[in-house]
Design a protein around this ligand. Sequence first.
Ligand code: LMR
Length: 349
Amino acid sequence: MKKTQFGLLFLMFVLVLAACGGNDSASGESDDNGGEEIQETTIKFSHVVAENTPKHQGALAMKEYIEEESDGKITVEIYPNSSLFGDQDEYQNLASNNVQFIAPDISKFVGNNPQFNVPSLPFAFDNDAAALAFWDGEKGQEIMSSLTDDGVLGLYVWPNGGKHLTNNEVKIDSPEDLEGLKFRTQGGQVLESIYNEMGAGSESIPFGELYNALDQGVVEGQENTFSNIESKKFDEVQQHLTVMNHTRVDYGLFTNTEFWDGLNEPTKEIVQAGVEEATEVAREQAKALNDEGFEIIKERGNVEITELSSEQVQEFRDYLEPIWDEYEDEIGSDVYEAVRAANDEHGDT
Ligand code: LMR
């Protein structure tokens, strides 16, 4: 996506924020000419994944851009691997402005707004382009703007991609194979229903605890992108991997409203451009890092890999179709309509 389009999207965010009564408390120092100087500040960006992932690459691009353009007046500290905050506490700490950027898997916010369940709807998007068209569109933007009451501003969605099933019990190539197994999920009602539908159990476990949970048999399996499976070495503690693409990891880049509104004009200009640069990099890297992750998993040879035929994928699609009806009222038929429109425009089918 071109920078001009990002610029337009940003204008939309600002308008939404203004409509929500955003509090402007910019407090930059003035120079002798009455103009404002770049504020000397430290920005913290916390996330839960490893360094060789699209999310971390986006965060790095933000750091490089902002530090260079501000001549070092702004420092960006990145905390990967849940080293500052994990799934349990990163949202609260963003709301309290203890961290200024987080980029969690959007499905972890379903407790705040059930519409964040969209990437968990079975086979919702045909590809990353369709997912991004949805999130950059009107409905997606509305959902991303729904946390302003908590002092949290949604900026952009960064894709990671389709999730795949791993487990240490059986080769999975049909819905019945999951019966009796327990899977770790990122959280949310829709993912829980997906496993229920297939006769399996589920438990939400923070990402930072997942390797040990798999290793110790707290759960038999999990679903994730190749990039996350590879970079966290989940294949060391799993025996089977089924290429599914049945649900997705999409990240929401969120900032704290008070922090954002407190930036003076020259500072915000740099931070905003840094966010746009980061978004471009994260979006570009997602597919490449997942493809690379899949190759590394194959080379390591720890898991038996099952690639489903189109008939087998269709069997999962049909099996999980009732989930869509179950959640239509809660998520909204207007949202469903926007998902379909994004697939019509950018999807494979
Ligand atoms: C997970 O919790 O499995 C992932 O969503 C983590 C992430 O941020 O990619």
